[in-house]
Design a protein around this ligand. Sequence first.
Ligand code: AMP
Length: 604
Amino acid sequence: MNSLWVSPVMPDYDSARATFSWRRERSRLAGLPDGGVNIGYEAVDRHLRAGHGEHVALCCVARDGSVRTMTFARLAAESSRFAHVLGTLGLERGERVFTLLGRRSELYATVLGTLRAGRVLCPLSTGSGAEPVALRMKAGNARALVTTREQYERKVAPIRSRLPHLRHVLLLDPGADPPADTLSFPALTRAAPDEYTVAPTDPAEPALLQFTSGTTGAPKGAIHEHEAVLAHHVTAAYALDLHEGDVFWCTADPGWVTGMSYGIIAPLTHGVTTVVDEGDFSPARWYGILANQRVTVWYTTPAALRMLMRAAPRGGDPSPAVRHDLSALRFVASAGEPLAAEAVLWGREALGVPVHDTWWQTETGAVMIANFAADPVRPGSMGRPLPGVEAGVLACGEDGRAAVTGGHVRVLREPGAQGELALRAGWPSMFRGYLHEPHRYEASFADGWYLTGDLVSRDGDGWYWFVGRADDVIRSAGHLIGPFEVESVLREHPAVAEAGVIGRPDRLAGAIVKAFVLPRPECPPDPELRRDVMAFARRRLGPAVAPREIEFVDDLPRTRGGKVMRRLLRAREPGLPEGDLGTPETTAPAGTAETSGRPAEREP
Ligand code: AMP
């Protein structure tokens, strides 16, 4: 059982909501000495000024398990060097620096150096192939790229001529005979001064360009300002219960918004120690890190939890919490996909603490809805809106999105009513634009609300329940079916490793539920298994919701965060439109744990 207990940051939800004001919360930030707000300053400089330079900022666990620590003072020095390099290279304020890096200390120095220097950071995932990398760099007018030689030669060198804006490529490991037209990150940073003064920064200056996962459409580039750091900081306290002295581990890929907002920015602004795992996923490695690094707050994904659950199912003896000393672990949360009730319960048994679901998007920049530390978790629910966040369920029209009539929307108040989740516009980390798509940005708002594109319901107590992405929801013979519900049930079948569910157009029903099922390696995908999985699903879901069609597959297209890319499954169906950026970030099943080196297994 977990021995550490500290009183939750937010002991009482209702009174916190009643008294909350973003303006007052601003005093939690240091702010720049000459005015303004800069994310990099909040993450690094403020701790030095407060005399905490010797606190450990990063605890990097190398592939071989060895551990190196980096203090805030050292992180300030390394990021200062990079900030100077950007000036030397002639990058203007507001120009974009891209990273194509896994989790390692140089990533932190690059991100923070870029932000402190007032340039805009755009992180890409090393799990992305050459095409998605090229498209994002082209769209974002990448001026500089920081990456490794291997990533560069595989993904960027072949398409460099298509990136005329890309002036500088900095390689962490250029080697003795560096590729043409590249610079050495170590040589440049070594030669640069290790102190940097952050210039006055308008809170409304752009800081981050972050691409969405693109599970239902082409990835969109969301633009965030320095002001967003207020929400990163505050939500890490309220939603993740981050306290002084915590050891925090966020497993998300740095190319995904969770890996940036909570893998890098939020914990550093709190001055806590962040664990940086440079290695590949395996249950033994992860439990080892939780135990050996004495992680107190852990933020991960449902995909990762599913893999751990498979390795140590409920009722197993002894549980991981007993085999590994997880007594330091106080709070566990997950984001990015619906968290099945089963995973919450598994957490309680296997980790000694329940898993708290949190809901948010690239566009929201920070957690908006969560299960909080002081409340009992409602398994299967996304939770309640954070203080300072007003959420609503909006009535939908024929197209399944919020109906806007004469500029107005209708907020549904009856418990259980389903509609589009909307957030009252104006929280600090709200995105300020979609890259090159002003009309799309405008169309995301109506009547003072930001329309999230997710369908949800809210129960009588104000807790939100996820139904599905509006674009994913299947309308079949008068039923509204969320693919996630069907996928979760299919995954519970002992022969099923993973499943992805879509609606296939049907003349009579409108759409029928079709499941792409990845069987476990030891289960042959034969007609008998198909019948058995169908019958299982019908028993659990009823005939109206269970899949009418099952296709066995040997891969499922996924994002780096482990989300099934249903738009690519739809594109496999004859007669359905292809996704316009149809490249999965990985096709690996997030559940087969053989060491094939496939990306999703390495970094769920
Ligand atoms: P992205 O920002 O591209 O990673 O995707 C955001 C989308 O992921 C949301 O609009 C939801 O559809 C989904 N999502 C994120 N968190 C959750 C959650 N806790 N439960 C259900 N869906 C989620």
